[in-house]
Design a protein around this ligand. Sequence first.
Ligand code: BES
Ligand code: MN
Ligand code: ZN
Length: 505
Amino acid sequence: MVKCIISDKAVLTQKSDGLLFFVHENFSFKKEFVDVAKLYFPHLETLFKTNKFEGKLGQRVSVQGSSKEGIKHLLFVGLGSKKKTAKYMELEDFRRILGASMRWAETVKISSLACEVPATAVYGHGTEFMVRTMTTTFLMAEYQFDDFISNDAKVHKLDQIIFVAPKKDDKAAHEGARVGTIIAEAVNRSRHWVDLPANVITPPELAKRAKKLAKDHNLEITVFDEKEIEKLGMGGIKAVGMGSQHDAQLVIMQYTAKKKNAPTLALVGKGITFDSGGLNLKPTGFMETMKVDMTGAAAVINAIAALSQLKPDINVVVLAPLAENMVSGNANHPGDIIRFYNGKTAVVGNTDAEGRLVLADALAYASKHFTPTAMIDVATLTGAVSHAVGPFFSGVLTQDDDLAQRVQQAGETSGDATWRLPMIDRYKVMVKSDIADINNDGKSKYYAGPTNGACFLSHFVGETPWVHVDIAAAADEVPDTPYYRGIGATGVGTRLLIDFVMQWK
Ligand code: BES
Ligand code: MN
Ligand code: ZN
């Protein structure tokens, strides 16, 4: 993993073989770049002109210069200009610029990269936050799922990145790098678990990894196996796991704050290690990527690991119901009627709507045993959310405006952006059934797939304030976001949950 270092010496004097310069639109060459030109590349101004480099958002010019120390690779990237309507520039644009800069650094094969930390006036955040964001983003950009590829296909990796911040901000910058690293490690571990295929990550294997993490971070952990799940009356998890040769599991982890009477937040994550659809089998083209269906479980488990290091004054409890949704002579049938932990019953109208079945038991268990102040679930619940919000967002469904606001805020600060979708009582009729309390399929004439899922889940949260985040759209293969690689898992939800908890007041 690349090392992040703090320095107060100007970027142009850094010994790194790579220097990255952030350039605002309408910059003054005389004021800002004369010294850079003198030191490394005399024709820099001409280069800018022939490339029409004006510091516009996304514009880039790179050049190989030289100095007494050796070859210097310089990259100039445009940050754009503030819109008339906006107080600050958009942070997500900056994250993407960092990602693209990392891709450049890999291509030119530098070992060290130095860049300045933008001042508060640019993005509206101080040095600690900016260094945290830069650290997390660069470390995420570095991640590659390369367990199964031979050496020559692995990308070049940097040794270090130097963040230049004013001396007075030294402490804040170090804290930012510390926190940013903890977050990135959690996100990248989530991505790795999601990227590992379903023949490696089975429910028991995922539970084993959760146990290892709990041990490393002094977290309490309980894992119920399939027998215990059945005994407890968790008919949803049981039904979904029935068709698989691998036992379903319910992972419960706890972080206890030092502070007495701290509020408790419950984080619940969908952990389907593979979703074939069950007897309502998914067709070719829809099943191949379904190892992503445990993204929610990876997010909650890795978020609590990060939180145990960040030590908020909040108690955190994590529940991850794990199962593999398969076809076999033991699989549950469309039309089966099952009973959940809270006593409610449902018709399994469609075995492919399995996420809500496993979450139902976990939500019911969490609200009964931990009486949390609030509960949030993250789940790759519907394909429909992709059509609603596209790959840059997760859908937020709740009837609690305060929670919606908190999730929205955490989405902006963390980078796991969210968008609220409709959730009202009048839609709850869509999950009603004539032969059981509810139906997991919903009535198709209402469309609104993500809302349908949320209406089903609302039967299992009791009086607990609750928000559902449908992360299916952003879980993998997110395009045009260079801090991902365009392929593989994003670990979506991990950053979101960490900020959601850390910002709780
Ligand atoms: N795991 C899928 C949702 C999904 C789709 C996640 C694409 C990631 C990418 C979920 O279990 C599912 O199959 N949902 C059904 C629900 C329907 C049967 C009510 C869907 O979206 O079609
Ligand atoms: Mn499914
Ligand atoms: Zn699923």
